[in-house]
Design a binder for this molecule. Structure first.
Ligand SMILES: [Zn+2]
Length: 150
């Protein structure tokens, strides 16, 4: 038995069928209520793990090489942040560190934190409030909620 659900479009309380595959729409206004994708947890987890591998490659391999006068210098993201800091561009170093390294890493770790209990069929951590989970919200919002509850 599925729970009652309010339509976002017209506030109709309805008990939509839970399709194994496909979507359920509001009978009055046609707004999408539920969408079911098979193996969505497994696919999301595979994408997170692939993104972690690609992230490790992205931050460890050089992305910029400068050759001047026979001297060649290569830099990757981490050494680039360090060089920006050493050149006195602290604000830019902080922005690059946050946006290119820390926030993506936090997002991937947060996704693992949310997806692994579902995949392993264990209890979801209490810090994850399921009423806030939706496809539109990012994991950073989840972390904000997590730290807000602490
Ligand atoms: Zn509706």
């Amino acid at each position: 038995m599925s729970a009652l659900m309010a339509c976002h479009g017209c506030d109709l309380l309805t008990q939509p069928p839970l399709p194994r595959r496909g979507a359920a729409y509001c009978p009055r206004c046609g707004t999408l209520l539920l969408r079911s994708k098979p193996n969505s947890i497994e696919r999301s987890l595979a994408l997170v793990l692939a993104s972690m591998v690609l992230f490790a490659v992205a931050i460890s391999f050089p992305f910029l090489s400068m050759k001047t006068g026979g001297f060649e210098q290569q830099t990757n993201l981490i050494t680039g942040v360090r060089l920006l800091y050493l050149q006195g561009m602290n604000f830019l170093a902080t922005v690059v560190l946050l946006t290119c390294i820390l926030f993506p890493l936090l997002q991937m770790v947060g996704l693992l934190y949310v997806l692994l209990p579902f995949f392993l069929k264990r209890r979801v951590p209490r810090s994850v409030n399921m009423s806030y989970l939706s496809a539109e919200q990012s994991v950073l919002a989840l972390f904000c909620l997590f730290f807000q509850q602490q």
